[in-house]
Design a protein around this ligand. Structure first.
Ligand SMILES: NC(=O)c1ccc[n+]([C@@H]2O[C@H](COP(=O)([O-])OP(=O)(O)OC[C@H]3O[C@@H](n4cnc5c(N)ncnc54)[C@H](OP(=O)(O)O)[C@@H]3O)[C@@H](O)[C@H]2O)c1
Length: 257
């Protein structure tokens, strides 16, 4: 049985991956959709043509990931694609945030993603794909979004190295690094702080991010960066010393930009 596993499939970008792949992928037997909210997963599944299997679990719990791995083993499933989309970010200055929320970002954005990737790779075959949701926040340290940006820098670094390791096995890894995407992500992120105003002008919709990510994954590209401003930000973050950009960002925040 050929399957696709998507975490964070109940909302936003993960849900959009499920929708678009349901449309285009004809050789897949089942989509395995993972997130905590059963009702939202059921709503996604209802709109899909493929058979789905729902895992309404918290993937920061080891037993959830064990159960998922056991299910893959018991069904003798081949994982054609793993999409690690579950995650969250919270804004605001580090010292003023609840530690549980800060540490929780590391647990879901980094630990759970790494754990699941490790468990799933043995069930992949030549041509399988891994898509990891990083972010343009991975390109630069971000005061006011410090832990989130650090978790995404981890995802990008880990995934690029993993891609090199797996290339000879014919398994291709793509890190997706969008700027702001119009999803419920910001309902959580902005509950504790605000972002640079300019980010609002670079907001894109999830359809565009997912369509490009799937294309980049198909062409075995290690990174997927959507939209011109974010591509320019990526180039700048490599060409200009980080200290200079951080000072500039501070000035922009002071001026409310
Ligand atoms: N939106 C943006 O601007 C943006 C930009 C760059 C990167 N990203 C990244 O893209 C990914 C998806 O974000 P999104 O924009 O689609 O946000 P979203 O709409 O809030 O989706 C987050 C998903 O993660 C799931 N999730 C959260 N905690 C979980 C847990 N402990 N166990 C299982 N599932 C969990 C949520 O489902 P439940 O609540 O049902 O569990 C939901 O399906 C994240 O990794 C985010 O960092 C987002």
């Amino acid at each position: 049985m050929n399957i696709i596993v998507i975490t964070g499939a109940s909302s936003g970008i993960g849900r959009e991956f499920a929708r678009q792949m349901d449309h285009y992928f004809s050789t897949i037997d089942e989509f395995w959709l993972v997130a905590r909210s059963q009702d939202k997963l059921e709503a996604v599944a209802k709109l899909m043509r493929h058979k789905t299997r729902l895992f309404p679990v918290d993937i920061t719990r080891k037993e959830s990931l064990e159960a998922l791995e056991n299910a893959i083993f018991q069904h003798n499933a081949v994982v054609r694609m793993l999409i690690n989309c579950a995650g969250y970010g919270i804004m605001g200055s580090f010292c003023e945030q609840e530690l549980a929320l800060e540490a929780g970002m590391i647990r879901i954005n980094c630990e759970a993603l790494t754990d699941l990737t490790h468990r799933v790779i043995p069930y992949m075959r030549w041509g399988s794909r891994i898509i990891q949701m990083a972010s343009s926040a991975a390109f630069l340290p971000q005061p006011g979004f410090a832990v989130y940006a650090a978790t995404k820098a981890y995802v990008l670094s880990f995934s690029r190295a993993l891609g090199e390791e797996l290339e000879n096995a014919g398994i291709y890894v793509t890190s997706v690094c969008p700027g702001p995407v119009d999803t419920p992500f910001f309902e959580i992120a902005e509950a504790t702080g605000t972002t640079l105003g300019i980010k609002k002008y670079t907001m894109v919709d999830e359809k565009r991010v997912v369509a490009l990510a799937l294309r980049d994954s198909y062409y075995k590209r290690p990174m997927s960066v959507c939209s011109l401003p974010i591509k320019a930000f990526h180039v700048l973050s490599k060409g200009i010393p980080q200290g200079v950009i951080l000072k500039l960002m501070k000035q922009m925040k002071k001026k409310g930009l």
